[in-house]
Design a binder for this molecule. Structure first.
Ligand SMILES: Nc1ncnc2c1ncn2[C@@H]1O[C@H](COP(=O)(O)OP(=O)(O)OP(=O)(O)O)[C@@H](O)[C@H]1O
Ligand SMILES: [Mg+2]
Length: 341
């Protein structure tokens, strides 16, 4: 378990103080795929680098399995770092060394015995599907292949935690998907806890079970990906989530609504799990004196659960529409009335 306990970090550069992190508290459980999302400068990398004590908090502490990493003596810190692999956006490979040698670097640093080293590197290159590239040099590889080398190297010391700093941000969507699949296997098959920081919400949606949203050095929202994505609370979170799960009325539809002369309401409904929209709409249409139509719908899957967002236009008398809303309330569905700008 990784715990960030009320972390603050300030950098001072030429008399100017930058508050990179402010009172950040988060818990990452073993086996989590924990995503941290935020725009550039939010403090994501600073936070990530505290896990292996590449940055030390100005205030607060980082604990791994109950041990304070920011005050560990050098030798113990070295042992902790062996249990933590790190993957970078720009791969950080040594171009003058072969793929094999790049993966072997952490093992050489640990004075691993030769046959053991060969066995480990071979196994890792097979795991990341690069066995045929052992003798190639990094500049002979594609971006995705380079990142797989970076990942194999990060796994060389058999870590229990993998830190990924924008691991897919330099890659095209298809290559990104390959890397995400690999990270998923690492989490599932090797049982490694993954902390991934990114500005790409798709990465979180596709991969993570938990997420923290950062803005100006603070965590503004955190929780399970299902909760946060299905019902984002903060403006910053909504901005990110809306790019993958749109929930606003398209402009052309809104324009049409401005012509509407009858009395109507727009209701945004959220369904989680079993999709019951048709039943609900059927019931409304057959029971109440209103007319309904779906103006907009998104359906997606999060953590193997279906999330559906529907914007429904209901036309009828105020009284009858209130009865419909009472009915929707009784279903314990999440809903809200929306207004066009
Ligand atoms: N070593 C440093 N010295 C001075 N300021 C720093 C240092 N490292 C980070 N900062 C500042 O701290 C803030 C947070 O930086 P950080 O790199 O953690 O953000 P980030 O969310 O990772 O951004 P990006 O998405 O661009 O990688 C920024 O304002 C940055 O300029
Ligand atoms: Mg960064």
């Amino acid at each position: 378990m990784i715990k960030f306990l009320d972390i603050s970090k300030t950098f001072t550069v030429k008399n100017e103080t930058v508050r990179a992190l402010q009172h950040v508290s988060l818990t990452i459980h073993d086996g989590d795929m924990f995503g941290v999302i935020g725009f550039s400068g939010a403090g994501k990398s600073t936070l990530l680098r505290m896990v292996n004590a590449l940055e030390i908090p100005t205030e607060g502490h980082v604990e791994i399995d109950g041990r304070n990493v920011d005050t560990l003596p050098h030798r113990e810190l070295r042992d902790v770092r062996k249990k933590i692999g790190m993957v970078f956006q720009q791969f950080e490979l040594l171009n003058s060394r072969t793929v094999y040698d790049n993966v072997a670097i952490p093992l050489r640093l640990n004075h691993t015995e030769r046959t053991q080293m060969r066995r480990t590197v071979t196994k890792l290159l097979e795991f990341v599907n690069l066995a045929d590239k052992a003798d190639a040099y990094p500049n002979q590889l594609s971006g995705g292949q380079k990142q797989r080398v970076g990942i194999a190297r990060a796994l060389a010391t058999n870590p229990s935690i993998l830190l990924c700093d924008e691991a897919t941000s330099a890659l095209d969507p298809e290559t990104t998907e390959q890397i995400l699949q690999l990270l998923e296997r690492i989490n599932r098959e090797l049982n490694i806890t993954i902390l991934i920081v990114t500005h790409e919400i798709q990465v979180i949606q596709r991969l993570c079970n938990r997420v923290a949203v950062m803005e100006h050095g603070r965590v503004v929202e955190s929780g399970s990906v299902l909760d946060v994505f299905s019902n984002p609370q903060q403006a910053m979170t909504r901005r990110f989530v809306q790019t993958v799960i749109p929930d606003t009325i398209p402009g052309s539809v809104a324009a049409g609504l401005r012509e509407e002369t009858r009395n109507y309401k727009l209701i945004k409904l959220r369904f989680l799990g079993k999709n019951a929209t048709e039943n609900v709409l059927y019931h409304i249409n057959t029971t109440y004196e209103v007319e309904t139509g779906v103006l907009f719908a998104t359906v997606c899957e999060l953590q193997h659960t279906v999330l559906g967002i529907f914007i429904i236009k209901m036309t009828g008398s105020e009284e009858e529409m209130q009865r419909v809303l009472a009915y929707i309330d009784s279903l314990e569905l999440q809903w809200q009335e929306v207004h066009i700008a």
